[in-house]
Design a protein around this ligand. Structure first.
Ligand code: Y12
Ligand code: CO
Length: 175
């Protein structure tokens, strides 16, 4: 089931999400709904707070070389901890909670991620490239941060002006 995605400037996106302690069937159905929401919204990553649930949960599904997102490549990441950050990479990022805006953002090129899976089992992965960027983008959501906070002062000003205009025109469409 697809869930509604909240969008900037919704204040809930600023919340620091809480650790998950129960790995039960409710968590499993929520993870399934997060997957449906991400895929049906054409996303490659989604954090629980983007569907208004302030828990340390994210899903990622990086497209393969043909551009297909396969269920086997789905990562369900709970209570993640980042370490071993190395190098730097600039990647054009987008976010389902900041529609119609894409910008080059600098992140670490390689990271190690420790997390728990849907059964609470500890897991570890090494990531680089797009997976590394997407992990860092989604982890920021768990701490109430958005990629637009990484923009320069002038770029952020320009974004705010353009985004306000966009929200206004969208509101007109629905009125
Ligand atoms: C690089 C790229 C993405 C991330 C984080 C995860 N972000 C997303 O999955 C964003 C997806 C997205 C999809 C949209 O829908 C379409 O393009 C059809 C979209 O649409 C609009 O803005 C209208 C926006 C974002 C990290 C690193
Ligand atoms: Co995002």
């Amino acid at each position: 089931m697809k869930l509604p995605v909240i969008v900037y400037p919704d204040k809930r996106l600023k919340l620091v999400s809480a650790e998950v302690t129960e790995f039960d069937t409710d968590l499993h159905s929520f993870l399934n709904n997060m997957y449906d929401t991400m895929i049906e919204s054409n996303g490659i990553g989604l954090a629980a707070i983007q569907v208004a649930i302030p828990k340390r949960i994210l899903v990622l599904c990086i497209p393969n070389e043909e551009g297909d997102q396969n269920y086997e490549d789905l990562l369900e990441i709970i209570n993640p901890v980042l370490s071993n950050e190395k190098g730097s990479i600039v990647y054009q990022e987008g976010c389902l909670s900041v529609p119609n805006f894409y910008e080059d953002i600098e992140r670490h090129e390689k990271v190690t991620l420790n997390y728990q899976d849907r059964h609470g089992k500890p897991q570890q992965l090494e990531a680089e490239g797009l997976l590394s960027v997407a992990i860092q983008h989604e982890l920021d959501h768990l701490d109430g941060k958005l990629f637009i906070e990484k923009l320069s002062y002038t770029r952020r000003k320009k974004f705010e002006k353009e985004y306000k205009k966009l929200l206004k025109s969208k509101k007109k469409e629905t009125d």
